[in-house]
Ligand binder design. Structure first.
Ligand SMILES: Nc1ncnc2c1ncn2[C@@H]1O[C@H](COP(=O)(O)OP(=O)(O)OP(=O)(O)O)[C@@H](O)[C@H]1O
Ligand SMILES: [Zn+2]
Length: 630
């Protein structure tokens, strides 16, 4: 019996053949990627390319099941290829231990794929692949999970929303004054412990902390100046590290002196409870009865004396480590710096105790070490089941794209706590004002040694594409040309470093009928000597910019930078989406099922017609699986 008999029966002859001939790209071989690669291999996708820049970590093993203990520190992409390859020897897997943003993965390379799968964990890489798929006109299946939530989005140039069509939330940050002067929640005190106190004593200065938002500094200039002075004073105390007085000096500064100064600013506390400074000697006395194992009790909330004991002890542990690094720095190594790491118990204990002491001062609820570890490490637990379900939904959506049934493809959500675990929404059309997909993509063949910017401006843009006088040409934010900036016109592409795979964007600034922005990707090309040294390889028709303002997006896709993708619990809208009433089922011929099987399945198909839920039927007799997720 042919190995792929059941796959063929389940998928239908046409789709099965397409899958076999497909060349697909999977970016990211982590939590979703491992599951997805297994699914792709077992579904019989003919050629799968896997890109991942990372190596395997111990913490990946609980859910990234293509990896085992012996693979730690090895390339994720290469090990994933090795492990998944064994599931189906007729599938070819190519692995790249590299960043997808590298130049070798250019538009021409993306164009060689039938479909691309994103299994990434960050906005930047996701946005990059989104743009490359638009430029290469390849469909993209975007996915992400966070805890129990998952999401799959089908993106096709010109037909659906792209990843950038709905704005994504940037990582959470807090105004400096909230963290340094007026905390009101445990997270404010945790960020203070981690990004201010720990950083000032053992690391680099707080200015570099991503959690701190300095945009309101100008409005609070006086207080910001005071806070800077406090930080400098703390750095002076850092000089006495190693002395037995060090814990007392730090404690008195941040939990007493600075608090008394804040408390004296009466205006600040008219509507809030003023902070209450702590006294070192009092707590030192109470802490005498605290047991030595308190720091190991991570599920209980420690009282003030217990937090004090852990504060002093972790400060001592960290100071010793710092001194050791300083000694080796003097021996010629890098300057001593410790960084916060949720898995480094000394740094975690210090942040937990400092945050809780500060919470106590401001009348904020204290938290357990376990909770603070999650919050300080921005940890949302990754759940293997969510990854597995999301990866399978990616493949089901890919089937629709490959059947050329984009109208049936859906944005799919996984949520917990709602009536339906899986819900879906129709794909939306592109947002005409999207800066990523509301533009035209084109390639430009160029002999970069001979072609000048003037060839692009005069010959291609004005003569061939009909641009007027008001337009500008940029590479990222660098202005190369506009009507007032013509200094580069006589320079060659090479002189302007416009090498292969560079993107050049042309912005039409005409008052009337302006064209949409065009993104050209430069492709190095050889021309005969007399020919123009650059040309458009294909005819390019550029649409006019839309006139109406963008319609309000309802913002179902929100992302929080650390969270892998466009997910927010409240927004997945589980119960109202994903109605499947009236969904048409695959016909027998479409499915390509053999006659006998169709007869056998007649009853099941009838059942399917009645059902309005996702159905997966496994027939134990002949192994046929009918999957319907319309
Ligand atoms: N620019 C990039 N190029 C290639 N691979 C990338 C890029 N950015 C992220 N990745 C990969 O995407 C994968 C995402 O997987 P996942 O979200 O499970 O993260 P993880 O690092 O494996 O786990 P965790 O972050 O939970 O410890 C990772 O393996 C990561 O290396
Ligand atoms: Zn878009």
């Amino acid at each position: 019996m042919a190995r792929d008999k059941f796959a063929r029966q389940s998928l239908g002859g046409t789709l099965h053949q397409r899958i076999k001939e497909a060349r697909v790209l999977m970016v990211g071989a982590g939590g979703i990627g491992c599951e997805l690669l297994k699914n792709l291999v077992l579904s019989g996708f003919g050629e799968i390319h896997v890109v991942d820049l990372d190596t395997i970590d111990l913490s990946n093993l609980n859910r990234q099941f293509l990896f085992r203990n012996e693979h730690i520190k090895k390339s994720k992409a290469l090990v994933a290829k090795e492990s998944a390859g064994r599931f189906n020897p007729s599938v070819t897997i190519e692995a790249y231990h590299d960043n997808i943003k590298e130049g070798q993965f250019n538009v021409a390379w993306f164009q060689t794929f039938s479909i691309v799968f994103n299994a990434l964990d960050n906005l930047d890489a996701r946005r990059h692949v989104n743009k490359m798929c638009l430029a290469a006109s390849v469909p993209l299946i975007e996915s992400g999970t966070t805890g129990f939530n998952g999401q799959v989005q089908v993106i096709k140039k010109g037909e659906t929303e792209c990843y950038d069509c709905t704005p994504k939330e940037t990582p959470k940050s807090f105004p400096v004054c909230t963290i340094r002067s007026t905390p009101s929640q445990p997270i404010h005190c945790i960020v203070w412990g981690k990004s201010y106190l720990f950083a000032e004593i053992f690391g680099t200065s707080e200015d570099e902390a991503p959690e701190l938002d300095h945009s309101e500094d100008a409005d609070n200039a006086n207080e910001v100046a005071n806070l800077q002075e406090e930080a400098h004073a703390l750095q002076r105390i850092r000089g006495s590290m190693g002395s037995p007085l060090f814990p007392r000096l730090v404690f008195d500064k941040v939990f007493n002196e600075d608090i008394e100064r804040l408390r004296s600013m009466e205006d600040m506390w008219k509507t809030k409870r003023p902070p209450e400074a702590l006294v070192y000697d009092q707590l030192a006395h109470q802490a005498l009865s605290v047991g030595p194992t308190i720091a190991q009790q991570d599920q209980v909330v420690w009282d003030v004396a217990e937090n004090f004991a852990v504060f002093v002890d972790s400060l001592r542990r960290l100071s010793n480590r710092f001194e050791e690094t300083r000694a080796s720095a003097e021996a010629g190594n890098a300057a001593p710096i410790l960084s916060f790491d949720k898995d480094d118990v000394d740094t975690l204990d210090f942040v937990v105790a400092s945050a809780n002491l500060r919470s106590h001062i401001f009348g904020i609820e204290m938290r357990s070490k376990f909770d603070i570890k999650q919050m300080a490490g921005n940890i949302i637990p990754a759940i293997a089941t969510t990854n597995a379900m999301t990866a399978s939904l990616c493949v089901l959506q890919a089937f629709k794209v490959m059947r050329e049934q984009l109208d049936k493809a859906k944005m799919v959500f996984l949520t917990r706590g709602t009536e339906r675990v899986i819900s879906s929404e129709s794909l939306r059309p592109p947002n005409p004002n999207c800066a990523t997909c509301g533009v035209a993509y084109a390639t430009l063949h160029v002999d970069t040694k001979r072609a000048k910017l003037s060839d692009l401006v005069e010959y291609v843009l004005k003569e061939q594409l009909g641009y007027g006088e008001d337009f500008s040409v940029k590479r990222h934010a660098d202005l190369l040309y506009d009507v007032d900036e013509d200094v580069h016109l006589n320079k060659t592409f090479e002189e302007l470093s416009l090498k292969a795979d560079t993107f050049i964007t042309v912005f039409d600034e005409a008052d009337e009928n302006a064209k949409v922005d065009v993104v050209f990707s430069v492709i190095e090309h050889e021309f005969t000597e007399n020919a123009k040294p650059l040309r458009l390889p294909e005819e390019l028709k550029i649409a006019a910019k839309p006139k109406a303002p963008a319609s309000e997006t309802t913002g179902h896709a929100t992302t929080n930078g650390t969270v892998p993708n466009a997910i927010s619990t409240g927004a997945t809208n589980g119960t109202t989406n994903g109605t499947t009433n009236g969904a048409t089922k695959r016909t027998a011929s479409d499915a390509g099922l053999e006659d006998a099987i169709v007869r056998k399945k007649g009853k099941i198909m009838e059942e399917l017609q009645k059902s309005d839920d996702i159905v997966i039927i496994d027939d134990a007799n002949d192994g046929v699986i009918l999957i319907d997720d319309d």
